[in-house]
Design a binder for this molecule. Structure first.
Ligand code: ARG
Length: 216
């Protein structure tokens, strides 16, 4: 193995890592926003909202992310929606992640015992108050670990956008590989950088989780 290329190519790793972090961050923000809306639709008593959210979630979880990315990047321009690479990547990733987040939130809320709602309502709390003061704080503790897991998945899955030419970590590893005719070393470094990101996030989430638990 020969790592002497690193000093010439270090900015490829740094810049790629930055793009990957931005991609993941935007995806998490939009994915969670979308996930909350979908979860609320799913939990609502209005049948039509329920069906729409259900269909969306099933469809996005039931088709490959790569196909969804291609539909956004290559398909939409055909009907006049021509998006810049980065935006197409963020949109495809967030639309996909939102479906998973919705299910995480729905399951977290439904996992709170029905007795909690019944007790709260018999004490005179309205539905809104019950949600806000009783259900959501408890659901939050169910949701957080799974949501953290989803954020880690987003970091890793973001590598797929290298295929539409976004200069993320994966794309830059490929560029270096082509330039120096060495596949192993740049990919190894990139794997370690991805791992550093996911491992740090996982440790951070562990800390938050433990804090929440001491609130018991
Ligand atoms: N590789 C999976 C697919 O192609 C990615 C699913 C994304 N998962 C997620 N939890 N956001 O469908």
């Amino acid at each position: 193995m020969d790592f002497s290329f690193v000093k010439d190519y270090q900015m490829f790793f740094v810049n790629g890592a930055k793009i990957t972090v931005f991609l993941a961050a935007f995806t998490v923000i939009f994915g969670v926003a979308l996930g909350i809306v979908l979860a609320l639709m799913r939990l609502s008593s209005k049948k039509i909202l329920n069906v729409i959210a259900g269909a969306y979630i099933e469809f996005l979880r039931g088709t490959p992310l790569l196909v969804q990315l291609y539909i956004v990047y290559y398909g939409l321009p055909v009907i006049g929606i021509d998006l810049p690479d980065f935006l197409a990547g963020v949109i495809a990733l967030s639309m996909n992640s939102g479906a998973y987040v919705a299910e995480i939130i729905r399951a977290g809320i439904q996992a709170v015992d029905k007795g909690q709602t019944e007790a709260s309502r018999s004490l005179g709390f309205t539905y809104g108050m019950t949600m806000r003061y009783i259900i959501i704080p408890q659901a939050f503790r169910n949701i957080l670990p799974a949501l953290g897991n989803e954020f880690i998945v987003v970091i890793k899955e973001s590598a797929i956008v290298s295929i539409i030419g976004i200069h993320d970590l994966m794309y830059n590893a490929d560029t270096i590989r082509g330039n120096i005719y060495r596949p192993f070393e740049p990919l190894l470094i990139v794997a370690l950088i991805y791992f550093a990101m996911t491992f740090t996030l996982s440790k951070l989430l562990g800390v938050v989780e433990r804090r929440l638990r001491t609130g018991d």
